[in-house]
Design a protein. Structure first.
Lengths: 179, 156
């Protein structure tokens, strides 16, 4: 099961662009498992450092999670002002506060241009970006949230921090030593 | 073994709500996706079906309707569909139990429920793709989308 399309300019990417390991997450900001995985990814990034780059794609299960889509819109709208990752972190750290007034409070806390944020939040372009992410996930074999891809292949192993670090650091040639 | 591509899809008439029935033959001229699943409320099914629900507009772009089928009764389906906000019908293969799953050769007699199996049926009622997933593994939607794409290319 492989990632379609590969990570490209349309993606939000963190970390060393030349890293030997590329991790892609399809996630839903309201999904509690994604909320746990957020901390696993942070631990992984700390352990692997420059050996890892990380991309996030939206996979909001909007019928199941009423705040998932607005939260994704907030992240993408923040991204248009260069602050995707800050919003991504705020959303996962406040999964019980994803109603619209709070999303705008987060935007304000990040110092975003709020008029522009409001416009982008509701724009067809942002909706299309989220839909494109979702469909790419469906075509890549995403079967729940979160679903991870490591170097383009679906990762079906455990993403509990220790397991995740062990599995991925072996790919980096054992560079990282799990704590 | 599930019925394979090229076979005629067995017709059925099953309740989708307490007072509504859906039969496959009524859908001739449309493409149909049948998602057999073991049971409402089971953890894997609860992940699998919401993904399909999000994809209903995408399936329609290919002229396809999706339907879930399990041996659960109509009232159970109604509660499950409402709870998960599903945007497609769940059919009750309830009496005689599992009859439709048996016709598609995906009934697990010793368990009393069906395999987790997918069928994509063309406009003439011929199965064009089928897949049985290991029971605990959510098959996702990529196989369905690929089947629809290839049918679109062949106009079947």
């Amino acid at each position: 099961m492989s990632l379609k399309p590969p990570v490209g300019p349309q993606d939000h990417v963190q970390g060393n662009p030349d890293a030997p390991i590329e991790l892609v997450e399809y996630g839903d900001f309201e999904c509690p498992f994604c909320g746990q995985a957020y901390y696993s990814v942070k631990a992984l990034q700390a352990a692997l450092g420059d050996d890892l780059r990380f991309a996030f794609r939206n996979f909001p299960l909007a019928q199941a999670h009423p705040h998932a889509l607005p939260a994704a819109q907030a992240a993408e709208a923040a991204g248009l002002q260069g602050r995707f990752w800050e919003m991504h972190d705020l959303l996962f750290e406040h999964q019980d506060m994803l109603d619209q007034p709070n999303l705008f409070r987060f935007a304000s806390a990040l110092g975003l241009d709020l008029e522009r944020f409001a416009r982008d939040f509701a724009s067809p372009e942002v909706a299309a970006k989220i839909r494109a992410d979702f469909l790419s996930g469906a075509r890549s074999g995403v079967n729940g949230t979160p679903t991870f891809f490591v170097n383009g292949e679906r990762y079906d192993g455990s993403w509990a921090p220790q397991d995740f670090i062990a599995a991925l650091s072996s790919l980096a040639g054992g560079v990282a030593v799990p704590p | 073994m599930a019925l394979e591509a090229g076979k005629q899809a067995p017709d059925f008439s099953l309740n989708s709500t307490p007072d509504q029935k859906v039969s496959l033959s009524e859908l001739r001229g449309r493409r149909v996706i049948l998602a057999f699943y073991p049971a409402d409320w089971s953890p894997v099914c609860s992940d699998q079906l919401p993904i399909y629900s999000e994809l209903v507009p995408e399936f329609r772009r290919y002229g396809a309707e999706i339907m879930g089928i399990s041996v659960d009764g109509v009232w159970c389906h109604a509660a499950f569909g409402k709870h998960r906000n599903l945007r497609f019908p769940l059919l009750a293969d309830f009496e005689p139990k599992g009859e439709v799953a048996r016709a598609y050769e995906v009934y697990r007699k010793k368990d009393g429920f069906s395999e987790r199996a997918l069928f994509v049926i063309d406009r003439e009622g011929i199965i064009r793709w089928s897949y049985v997933s290991p029971i605990g593994i959510n098959p996702g939607a990529d196989g369905i989308l690929e089947a629809l794409e290839s049918m679109e290319a062949k106009k079947s």
